[in-house]
Design a protein around this ligand. Sequence first.
Ligand code: GLU
Length: 551
Amino acid sequence: MDYQALAELLYPSVQHDCDYYEAKYPERNLPEGAKVLRFAPSPTGYLHLGGVYQVMCDERLAHLSGGVFMLRIEDTDSKRELADGIRVITDGISKFGIQIDEGMTPDGEKGAYGPYRQSQRAEIYHTFAKKLVAEGKAYPCFCNEERLSAMRAEQEAKKVNPGYYGEYAACRDLSLEEVKAHLDNGDKFVLRFRACPTGERPEFTDCVRGRIDVPENDVDMVLIKSDGIPVYHFAHVVDDHLMRTTHVVRGEEWLATLPLHVQLFDAMGWKRPEYIHTATIMKIDNGGKRKLSKRKDPEAAVEYFFTEGYPREALIDYLLMLLNSNYEEWRAANPDASYEAFPYSVEKMSNSGCLFDFNKLYDISKNVISRMDAKTAYASSTLWSANYDAEWHSLFTADPEKAIAILSIGRGGEKPRKDIGLWKELPAYAGFFFEERFDPDYSPLLGYDKADVEKVLAEYSALYQPEDDQTTWFGRIKELAVSLGYAPDTKTWKKNKESYKGHAGDVSMFLRVAVTGRTNSPDLCEVMRILGKEKVAERLEKAASYIKEKE
Ligand code: GLU
């Protein structure tokens, strides 16, 4: 067989040869040890949590080594493509604050190793497919669906392995004339790889999983479909070679076809990249473990976490904790450091399953939010509200100084308060500061002596001095409490309960309920200071008229 002639026959319009592309996309000029990684999703209009898990690994390995992080779009399956599919991915990655060095970026396509959309690389794939044909390593197959179903049925009946191989590979040895006749007839062909099994299992080492024992591929797999578009296997090999990818981080579902990829790299005469196959993210459901499902679990899409108001720092911490076994310990020792300071390494990647734990993420998020200074918390929360709660956003940002003062309560110090786990919780936590959201529940006041409550609400306004420090502020409440027959503190009250109506804490509860409309609130002294003397007086009056109405 004249393979060269076959190659010309199949790909007459290919313009360049392989050397042209090898020269166009040369080895990268990067420092020793620099890693080149890519995230290569399909533009399905959806960024899966498992995808960001890979992105974090790609990005850390690339940037810590002085290398490159690329975004390549695998859009060869037009059925799955959505109009804004690419934007959803670039936006999603940007929301993590992650920089895409090359490929499809939020500012468009950039880099010297493109195009970075597979749909635009047909000419490149055909060039390399032509080379394989010319070397007798790939051939056209004209079998139609009917013929293939008959083959499958026969294989099933005989209980042999399914697939196009050996005696079933009807087109493997077509003559040049037969191919010509098919083409003249307008028959469509797929290009198949001519698998030449050696009978030996391929030597294969995954950077994280170690030695992987997989059977050799003996099937003549399709490389290019009848519409001229490559399948993943071929595109992966060509793209990762020409883009000079050093490490491929991808889902473990690709382990099954790894033997084919190995054969393809060998057939091309190319060095394989290092592989890191990541574990599928699982969740506990009904006592058992299952894959995070796009259909059933809203949290499968990263957008969900942004909608909920998880700060990106929390998501990054959580993902890194899943990825590197020593991250949690490092974070505990370096609570305020940027995750970028963590010495991320392939060696510390876990090769066991990856279980998604909402409670853990929520705890991390609470921690992260509690450790932010008020200005950072303001920026982080308004980033959320700008996108997901416009009404709250305009209320909260109308007076940034007030908003920052609200967020300052309980911050700083050894043990910052952990009131908020998600920014979505902020409106409920801080809504009472705003008249528009002040929806008081005064009913707890009815549980106390009515005359006392009335007296406190009536007298406190005159006593309140915004410039008082905590101690003086509480001192005044104590005095008022004592004058009404309450103990100055719980200790005194506990010793001699019969002698008192209650303790100063009860009196401050009257004030808390009146001023905040609830029994649980951030530090009341701070709350009053932010509201101001006038507003405090107004709220006490409002509560007093509620009590009156109850007469
Ligand atoms: N497009 C493939 C996927 O989404 C990419 C796998 C890879 O990273 O090589 O699974």
